[in-house]
Design a protein around this ligand. Structure first.
Ligand code: ADP
Length: 299
């Protein structure tokens, strides 16, 4: 077991404001890790501390066995800030090659590495484009390519999908999933649902305090079904409770229901019974999820 990050009793105060309060966690090499929490929870502060941009008020951080900011980490960890921008004056290739050269690569190595990372994010066709010639989603992918230059072992992406439409957000998640065996990704998001299928491990921050959670792969839990409806329907709870294997129903939020299934029944059959009931009543649903959503697991 090799720890890539070990954080002990980490506290960060800005004046009287405690942004992180006695945070402790350790991460092993492996699947992407999600750092989630509402705005102001302390995610960016934690990223900045891990990168060594700011110093803790107290506590210890070890990244790949070194203190953040240690020159031994140069090129081994990279971070993409939420507001990362491309320079409008230069082509994508020129900018990425420039950053690769800053890492100490020769001109030829920089060119090859630029092409490698652009291929990783599916942007080889845009190599000679100016940022203004790319869509918002493509520009985001170009900045992720920049974070992948030099093959760092840890890549932290701060709100990488913020402000993107669902299709582009999905593309970013696919890039992470496709390269998770080569790179240890840490992704932050204020949206719990967004990362639940991508990440096995969730660090949930709230008011500077940490709760941790293991999602067990793809969040399959045969004891539960989550049903999301298109709109509110009267009598829906009564109708669901007519299904024999449904033991219990909770309305977890507006138009979302968590069904507890009697273990002796096959969940596949419950889904069919549920669909038949919805069709019979002419009720529209948006999603049936096998298991609890991450939000329902955490709270
Ligand atoms: P998140 O990234 O989860 O939105 P932040 O780490 O940006 O949260 O902020 C955590 C808390 O620390 C917030 O209360 C924020 O106002 C405060 N904070 C962040 N950066 C600074 C700073 N440079 N100076 C003072 N307070 C800050």
């Amino acid at each position: 077991m090799s720890l890539i990050i070990d954080v002990q009793q980490l506290t960060k105060k800005y004046g009287n404001n405690t942004a992180l309060n006695n945070v402790e966690f350790s991460l092993e090499k492996g699947a992407p890790v999600a750092l989630v929490g509402p705005n102001g929870a302390g995610k960016t502060t934690l990223f900045s501390l891990l990168c060594g941009y700011i110093q803790p008020s107290s506590g210890n951080i070890s990244v790949l066995g070194h203190s953040p900011g240690d020159s031994a980490l140069f090129g081994r960890l990279s971070a993409l800030p939420q507001d990362a921008q491309l320079d409008p004056r230069f082509s994508i290739a020129m900018q990425l090659s420039f950053y690769a050269r800053l890492q100490g690569m020769s001109r030829k190595q920089a060119k090859n590495d630029t092409l490698r990372v652009l291929e990783m994010v599916g942007l080889l066709d845009a190599v000679n484009s100016l940022p203004s010639e790319l869509s918002h989603g493509m520009r985001k992918r170009a900045t992720i390519a920049q974070a992948l230059l030099g093959s760092p072992e840890i890549v932290m992406l701060d709100e990488a999908t913020a402000g993107l439409d669902p299709v582009n957000a999905r593309e970013i998640r696919a890039i992470v999933a496709d390269h998770a065996s080569e790179v240890n990704f840490i992704l932050s998001s204020h949206d719990l649902n967004e990362l639940e299928r991508l990440c096995d491990r969730v660090l949930y921050l709230e008011n500077g305090k940490l709760k941790q959670h293991q999602t067990h792969g793809n969040n399959v839990n045969t004891r539960y079904l989550t049903l999301r409806m298109k709109q509110q329907y009267q009598d829906i709870i009564a109708s669901i409770s007519q299904i024999p294997s449904v033991e219990h129903i909770d309305m977890t939020q507006d138009r979302e229901y968590l069904l507890t299934i009697n273990n002796e029944h096959d969940v596949g059959n419950v889904e069919i019974e549920l669909l038949n009931m919805l069709i019979k009543n002419n009720w529209s649903y948006t999603q049936i999820i096998n298991g609890k959503t991450l939000e329902n697991q955490l709270f």
